[in-house]
Design a protein around this ligand. Structure first.
Ligand code: HAM
Length: 446
């Protein structure tokens, strides 16, 4: 039963060990597929100057207007009256980093990925949190539909590895250039002259600040009015249309499936041309598990030289939900192999070293070194679901032996103390030992 005075803040949660097993599994799939495709890991700071997000994502987007967590400090550095905000996403920060570190000098495209927490002060509900985790992939420096297709293909592989690909449908659209959208927005505003009163309040405001958002409005009244409104695809220029056709050819060549969705616009200002989202087949766009697109204008918006890019972010909590729905168990290495029980001061001393030796060999070992009775130590071994228990009492110490109990079979035997370690290694099998070597060949970051 829950008790205590404090709770996690609204919209946040503890990532408990069980969910960490899923998170670790997802991170492994992401790292593996990213490495195969030449991506390198980057971690921008968790907070940045607010203007990075304002300029990048857009001042009138929901994310910036309503959802930024501002960071306050008791001190302001001299000459720096800047405001800071927790990152609501990775893209703007990664592009700031690309400019700051002159990555234009590197061979292009620069492929970067990141994994970590993001923050949006949204109204918390199922699948929508104030602290959530994204994995994010960015391909910066070149404008070519084959890069969009390859990125989508890598993401598909990750979803296949996680065994949720069949539950998802990728929604695909091309939103043209900034000028195309400007022309369309002008036409949309014209269309709504005299009809504003029929719009729900939120959408009336959006018509002023970010009319494109009307397209994926969840309001029924707005959707009805939109039926006769001009559509974005009437304003897309020939070059963008050609780009979209080429992308579809590449996706077909890779066997990637998608559904064309002319209403998909996405809620961030930096996009142009390709946008896409992964929807689960039950709830559609309500809780997309991930989304992305091309953002050729972004780096220039942040003060860099014009540099195109395309990227994607997946939401870990929503992916974990889909995995659980699909009955996918996250394989993990948290099992307990050996429980060491002891009685008496001499036995306790000997068990300290025994536990350490077993652990060093890659055997997951626990020991109850408190003063509990042997019986209650055995109960603990059961609760921890240890495969074997080693029991050392005063008699065994004197005889130079130890008792080995197979917990599932409920059978035990007395063996020589010095045989304990090799016997356990043999029983578990050399291959299943959890060994770890720090070497130059292989490095796995958190
Ligand atoms: P986004 O669509 O805003 O795109 O977020 C990507 C994913 O993060 C969503 O599809 C969802 O799974 C997850 N997500 C977003 N907000 C929440 C929330 N409040 N609670 C739980 N999960 C959430 C971006 O962030 C872009 N930066 C993607 C991108 C990368 N575009 C180009 N490069």
């Amino acid at each position: 039963m829950a008790s205590g005075t404090f709770r996690t803040p609204k919209g946040t949660s503890d990532v408990l060990p069980e969910d960490h097993q899923y998170q670790t599994y997802i991170k492994k799939a992401v790292r593996h597929r990213c490495r195969q495709a030449g991506f390198k890991r980057i971690d921008p700071p968790i907070f940045e100057k607010t203007s990075v997000f304002e300029r990048g994502i857009g001042q009138h987007t929901d994310i910036v207007e309503k959802e930024l967590f501002l960071v306050k400090s008791h001190h302001t550095d001299e000459g720096e009256p800047e405001e800071f905000a927790l990152r609501p996403e990775f893209t703007a920060g990664i592009c700031r980093s690309y400019i700051e570190h002159g990555m234009k000098q590197l061979p292009q495209p620069v492929e970067l990925y990141s994994i970590g927490p993001c923050f949006r002060h949204d109204r918390p509900q199922k699948g929508r949190y104030r602290q959530f985790h994204q994995f994010d992939l960015e391909v910066i420096g070149l404008h070519d539909a084959s890069l969009d297709a390859q990125l989508i293909h890598v993401i598909n592989k990750i979803f296949k590895d996680l065994r949720i690909y069949d539950r998802l449908t990728m929604q695909l659209n091309n939103i043209g250039t900034a000028q195309n959208r400007k022309d369309f927005v002008a036409a949309l505003k014209d269309y709504f002259i005299g009809k504003e009163r029929n719009l729900p309040e939120l959408d009336r405001t959006r018509l002023e600040t970010n009319p494109l958002r009307l397209l994926d409005s969840k309001e029924e009244d707005t959707q009805i009015l939109l039926k006769n409104a001009p559509t974005l695809d009437q304003f897309i220029d020939d070059e963008s249309k050609q780009y979209h056709e080429t992308l579809k050819e590449y996706l077909d060549a890779l066997g990637a499936t998608y559904e064309e969705n002319p209403y998909l616009v996405r809620g961030l200002d930096y996009y142009n041309q390709t946008v896409f989202e992964y929807w689960d087949n039950d709830t559609g766009g309500k809780n997309a598990v991930g989304g992305g697109g091309r953002y050729d204008p972004l780096i220039e918006m942040l003060g860099g030289e014009p540099t195109p890019g395309v990227g994607f972010a997946g939401g870990m909590e929503r992916i974990i939900y889909q995995m659980k729905q699909a009955g996918v168990q996250a394989p993990h290495k948290d099992q307990i192999d050996i429980f060491v029980a002891q009685l008496g001061p001499e036995a306790k001393k000997m068990c300290l070293l025994l536990i350490s030796q077993l652990r060093d060999l890659g055997i997951h070992t626990l020991g109850a070194l408190g003063e509990a009775s042997l019986k209650s130590q055995m109960r603990l071994a059961d609760k921890f679901q240890a495969k074997y228990t080693l029991l050392l009492g005063q008699m065994e110490v004197k005889a130079g032996t130890i008792i080995l109990r197979d917990m599932a079979a409920g059978k035990q035997q007395e063996i020589a103390f010095k045989e304990a370690v090799p016997t356990i290694v043999k029983l578990l099998g050399e291959d299943s030992l959890d060994t770890y070597t720090l070497n130059d060949k292989f490095e796995e970051e958190e």
